[in-house]
Design a protein around this ligand. Sequence first.
Ligand code: KG4
Ligand code: ZN
Length: 341
Amino acid sequence: MTLPTARILGIESSCDETAAAVVNDGREIHSNVVASQMELHAQYGGVFPELASREHVKAIYAIVEQALIQSHLNIEDIDAIAVTQGPGLAGSLIVGMNMAKGLALATGKPLLGVNHLEGHIYSAWLYPANASPHQPPRFPLLALLVSGGHSELVLVKDHLVYERLGGTLDDAAGEAFDKVARLLGLPYPGGPSIQKASLNGKATAFVFPRALMEGTWDFSFSGVKTAVLRTVESIQSEAHSLPVEDLAASFQAAVVDVLVEKTLMAADEFQVKEIIVAGGVSANKRLREKMLSESKLPVHIPPLSLCTDNAAMIAGAGYYHYAQGDYSPFDIDVLPTWPLS
Ligand code: KG4
Ligand code: ZN
């Protein structure tokens, strides 16, 4: 693939973050603006879809404007507009999609529909404009994508060439964190709350199951979630107070062990050169440390600001579609359940 010089405006609105960013040549971040609705949804213990889309409607114009201002560019200076086409919440995706179509139509620039999971993978290529670039990931590579909606192992053979090896059969890793946090009375989003509570807890206090799902590259987190529930019920039935920190630390250890072990097994099996860990759960400190210390291969884990949803990763992935001339027609629809391969 010949790689042109291009400034891409990325737009992301698949869940509860309204985001826009400008990225040069798929890697260099010139602006990366994210408006989170987290506080709004926290009172409901999870994302409230209709509220999310309405918040996107209110925020999107100002967020895109900010992304352009912070990159010191006008819309005319942009080469193409990349937007998350799916997967995600339909009503939320539509807001970003319509903004992107409007801008592309008004400026005559290409429209690039990007898969959100592909975006998470491309977060490993990004670096801030004022920093020196790291070595880009080398193919073939294995990506562990762990977010609120997904836990997937993906073999990435080349730019935009994916083979999905497996995924969760029930709860996504982030979803398990969110549900267990709720069980333990910890605030939404559950991942950061469990991580915080774990700091003062003992990871070996409770032994929760580690479902390795041998013979497949799939994950299952419903067993560990149910085991935490049963333990909580049994402690409460004896009228003892919950050892929240120990429960959180033991749960976190069980999930992280499975994620790391399966990833390293798949990396070995498919003889990849490098590993990428991405998605909201890749912000988890224990996961980052364990993956980095146990892998013999180079591991790319984006900085925290690029682990959770953002538009720089959409612009980054969009760049490779632009380079291939893979432009989207103006009648593309959002794809709420779009698989990566
Ligand atoms: O990628 P993301 O921002 O949105 C989706 O595409 O889903 O991921 C959000 C998920 C939530 O489930 C959240 O609890 C989890 O990522 N998360 C974490 C941490 N930070 C965010 N999970 C574990 N540890 C963390 N530090
Ligand atoms: Zn995401």
